[in-house]
Design a protein around this ligand. Structure first.
Ligand SMILES: NC(=O)c1ccc[n+]([C@@H]2O[C@H](COP(=O)([O-])OP(=O)(O)OC[C@H]3O[C@@H](n4cnc5c(N)ncnc54)[C@H](O)[C@@H]3O)[C@@H](O)[C@H]2O)c1
Length: 544
């Protein structure tokens, strides 16, 4: 019996496989693949069944031909690490390893595993020997060494490089390897190709590895599945054969009739497209940070300003930045680009100004919420130290359960530094690992706790799922994420549940002017990011 376990988010314990289990696992896989090949199904191995890989695997497994017959057999492959192994037994039961608000995810995974029988998961790399196509969805992280200075960081390609080596050691020479991971530009041609070519040579394979790149634009949330399947893709291959194969594969598994593919000449162009796409988004968000502060100091409501501008079709994508720009992608992707320019592409000069600055601004925007909370409490005659503060929303955006790089984390850390007591509510998040396991999550030595003082006790943070319970007795309430449940909260009920007037901080333009007035009427103090008109409302009420 193995001593080591992997524990799923809902607390189920799974023993990690023992060395002797691998042979049986592979024998079973071989038999199964043989049967599937007889059904003329292509064998697709998806490496890394995280947020992207798990759903991508299901989409591929759901593929049918014109007669409605499944054309692919998909095997999700996942390292049997203590942190991630649980995803394999869950998937094999037909249970999604990712919590999703999209009602399509759970039934799709269940259907493919249990009914269509086109999806399984395994922990053995040997499965790669059986692949016609390998889809790589492992992470490629960007590690920041300081808060607010992305330039001092670096790309962590260890998981990706290890995966590529392992793939080259196992796959048949004719297998297509599709990298979907967001990578530092140049990675497919200048990192992946040499790693794989070297191994191929050792194996006596004379042909080039069939390497392709096509990045994901997935948005976990209500349209999780559609954001992969029914969405435009950009792709490229390392040579004509790889290009042809990736185009064929993506045409088969995605809805490319409605959402046509864009095929680039070289992988570096596809890789760059992803980085520019996300740097652009990070930049238009960061740019509003200075106008948000301007608005607060000059009686201007930035929310209304944005609404007014948005009607102009050329400016329709202007969006209000909340207390930080989180998610796995926007905080890191520009960093991958800036890093690659020097460390993969070999340039020494410093051409990047806007891209790193945007990330730095976004990474530190949440700090200002500490000041607003401090000032609101002070206006109520209370110090922030030892104040009971409730954060509404831990996720990085509305109606998702993903907390990675959320603005709320910075808010909590800053408030703790200022001596506040923190409680948190989020209807979509069960565990906030960034705090609960801050010594080891996201990895040892990488917690954002290291950029703040007084962080030790934050390990005790537990997400309260009952909103009433969370509200009771709070001295400040921070609307940090516009989850649906918070949009409709009624000020009278909120204050009644709290049991006293409180400081109310709006980080996302959640409160209407009417609600702001009502909170003031109930004896609360209100402040908001980019919402300078709140002071005007307060003055009017005082005069009236
Ligand atoms: N999450 C998003 O919203 C999103 C959107 C667009 C693009 N992306 C990109 O997609 C990629 C994957 O992101 P994610 O959110 O799915 O990450 P994730 O961390 O949720 O998943 C990665 C998975 O790969 C596994 N893994 C790592 N090394 C492995 C190995 N050697 N063999 C097998 N499995 C291994 C990990 O255990 C993990 O389960 C990233 O490059 C990311 O930037 C993510």
């Amino acid at each position: 019996m193995s001593e080591k376990f992997s524990i799923s988010p809902n607390g189920e314990k799974f023993s990690l496989p023992n060395p002797e289990d691998y042979k049986t696992e592979f024998d079973n896989l071989k038999k199964r693949v043989e049967q599937e090949r007889k059904k003329k199904r292509e064998i697709v191995v998806v490496m890394g069944v995280g947020f992207v890989g798990a759903v991508m695997a299901a989409i591929v497994a759901d593929t049918v031909d014109k007669k409605g017959q499944p054309t692919k057999f998909v095997i999700g492959m996942q390292r049997p690490s203590a942190r991630s192994y649980w995803k394999i037994p869950l998937l094999n039961r037909g249970v999604s390893p990712v919590k999703a608000e999209d009602p399509e995810v759970d039934p799709m995974i269940e259907r493919c595993v249990k009914k269509k029988k086109t999806l399984i998961a395994t922990y053995t790399y040997d499965v790669l020997k059986l692949a016609d196509v390998v889809v790589v969805d492992v992470q490629c992280d960007y590690i920041k060494e300081s808060l607010g200075n992305v330039r001092t960081g670096r790309t962590d390609m260890a998981a990706l490089e290890a995966s590529l080596g392992v793939i080259a050691e196992h796959i048949p020479a004719s297998a297509l390897v599709l990298i979907e991971t967001t990578v530092a530009p140049g990675t497919t041609e200048q990192v992946a190709y040499p790693i794989m070519k070297k191994v191929f040579k050792k194996r006596g394979i004379k042909t080039d590895p069939l390497l392709a790149h096509s990045y994901e634009r997935v948005m976990p949330g209500r349209n999780y599945v559609a954001s992969i399947r029914d969405f435009w893709r950009v792709c490229s291959g390392i040579n004509e054969e790889a290009k042809k194969r990736v185009v064929k594969f993506l045409n088969e598994v995605l809805n490319t009739e409605k959402f046509p593919l864009t095929v680039m000449d070289r992988p570096i162009e596809s890789e760059t497209a992803k980085i520019v796409e996300n740097s652009y988004r990070a930049t238009i968000l960061a740019f509003l940070n200075e106008w948000s502060i301007y608005a607060e100091r000059n009686g201007v409501d930035l929310i209304k300003v944005i609404k007014a501008i948005k009607v102009r079709p050329t400016h329709s994508n202007i969006i209000f930045p909340g207390p930080g720009i989180g998610g796995y992608c926007l905080p890191k992707d520009g960093g991958l680009g800036v890093w690659a320019y020097k460390h993969i592409l070999g340039f020494e000069d410093n051409i990047f100004k806007i891209t790193p600055m945007a990330i730095n601004i976004n990474d530190t925007r949440g700090l200002h919420v500490g000041q607003l909370t401090r000032d609101a409490l002070r206006n109520m005659g209370q110090p922030i130290a030892a104040a009971d503060i409730l954060i509404l929303g831990a996720a990085y955006r509305e109606d998702v359960g993903d907390t990675r790089y959320s603005g709320s984390e910075i808010i909590v850390r800053k408030l703790a530094e200022m001596g506040a007591e923190i409680r948190v509510h989020d209807p979509y998040v069960e565990h906030w690992w960034e705090f609960e396991q801050q010594d080891t999550y996201p990895a040892i030595g990488q917690t954002k706790a290291r950029f703040f003082r007084n962080q030790e006790k934050l390990k005790e943070i537990r997400i309260e799922q009952n909103l009433d319970k969370a509200l009771r007795g709070a001295e400040a309430v921070i609307f940090a994420v516009p989850h649906e449940a918070y949009m409709k909260l009624d000020p009278e009920k909120v204050v009644k549940t709290i049991g006293q007037p409180a400081a109310i901080i709006d980080c996302f333009g959640i409160l209407s002017d009417d609600k702001i007035r009502r909170y003031f009427g109930l004896g609360c103090e209100v402040k908001g990011l980019g919402r300078g008109h709140i002071q005007r409302i307060k003055d009017e009420l005082r005069k009236g």
